[in-house]
Design a protein around this ligand. Structure first.
Ligand SMILES: [Zn+2]
Length: 338
């Protein structure tokens, strides 16, 4: 089968489109013929080199396709069923899995990072990692939301516990995770202040339902927030060093900053006097638990949450797709057609 693998870390030239044997399902597993995959910032980190990546590795965390083959005793699906792939890998047996915190699993992993991913024609998975594709979305849209939707839902609902009427700041609404966060916060009934880095992305954030949109290069974000609502109750952080100080400065008493990334750098400072006196909370978050995945699929199925596909590339053009994502040109998701 055709696949995109890396054998070493580096620039886009390490992405190799190559032919490898297709996997066979074992008992309780299914083989999916993938139609679409999607790119995440994680792909760029993995390509450039993060600890613990087994090489060679098939890239890609998100995927959608049709059931192609059933292993023994696999009875959740029939051949031809349209399905989506759970990007999170977990054991279901450890203490954290048993308490519903699969993203804290002792053997936790992400497809395309700790184990082979979805930039390929066929993938074999345990049935528990496969869910039916909602009928109201395309295969491209089906690959466009799992990792970012699950991540954003976990951050806002499970970690920051956003409440109706709260003011929520979402940095980078044009990004994959940002465009999910704006919509999820609106579904819960929050006032959403979204930032974006171009006029086109600001228009996109407006269209997603943000109540106030701020151009984070042209406007003073803290001043705009002060005029609009004073302070915010929750900050959705994934940018890192470049935005951290503003995130802390605009935070209300009792506010929560929840972060899942540090695209612009990992170092940040906190004034502990402000943290304790204002009784604020800083929350780290990675991926989402199994329930977050189910909840996000349900909202997509209900039509409340719309995954947005910005652009699609073929598997052969994977390097161009990586460059496009790396230059932050997208509104929503970059999808790979297989
Ligand atoms: Zn576990």
């Amino acid at each position: 089968m055709k696949s995109v693998r890396i054998h070493e870390h580096g620039g886009t030239d390490v992405l190799r489109v190559e032919d490898i044997p297709a996997p066979e399902p074992k008992a309780g597993q299914v083989c999916i013929r993938l139609k679409t995959s999607a790119l995440n910032h994680l792909d760029i980190w993995v390509r450039k080199g993060i600890p613990g990546v087994p090489l060679p590795l098939i890239m890609g965390s998100d995927g959608a396709g049709e059931i192609y083959q059933l292993g023994e005793n696999a009875d959740k699906f029939s051949i031809g069923d349209p399905v989506i792939v759970q990007p999170l890998v977990y054991c279901s047996e450890c203490r954290n899995c048993q308490s519903g915190n699969e993203n804290l699993c002792e053997k936790m992993g992400i497809r395309g990072e700790s184990t082979d991913g979805t930039n390929c024609e066929f993938i074999v998975l345990d049935e528990k990692f496969v869910e039916p594709k909602p009928d109201n979305i395309s295969f491209a849209e089906a690959a466009a939301f799992p990792l970012v939707g699950q991540t954003a839902y976990q951050m806002l609902v499970n970690r920051a516990k956003i409440q109706p009427g709260e003011n929520v700041l979402v940095w980078g609404a044009g990004s994959g995770v940002g465009h999910m966060a704006v919509q999820i916060a609106k579904i819960i009934g929050c006032n959403v202040i979204a930032t974006a880095g171009s006029d086109e992305k600001c228009a996109f954030a407006n269209e997603l339902g943000a109540d106030k949109v701020i151009h984070h290069y042209k406007d003073n974000v803290a001043e705009e927030i002060k005029t609009f609502c004073g302070k915010v109750d929750v900050v959705f952080e994934h940018v890192g060093s470049a935005t951290w100080d503003v995130s802390m400065n605009v935070l209300n008493k009792g506010g929560r900053v929840v972060t899942c990334g540090a695209t612009t750098g990992p170092k940040a400072t906190i004034d502990l006097r402000h943290l304790f006196f204002k009784q604020q909370t800083v929350l780290g978050s990675t991926m989402g638990n199994a329930d977050a995945f189910t909840q996000v699929i349900k909202r997509v199925e209900d039509g409340q949450l719309e995954p947005r596909v910005d652009k699609t590339f073929s598997l052969d053009d994977i390097a161009v797709g990586h460059e496009y994502l790396e230059h932050s040109e997208q509104f929503g998701k970059v999808v790979i057609e297989i």
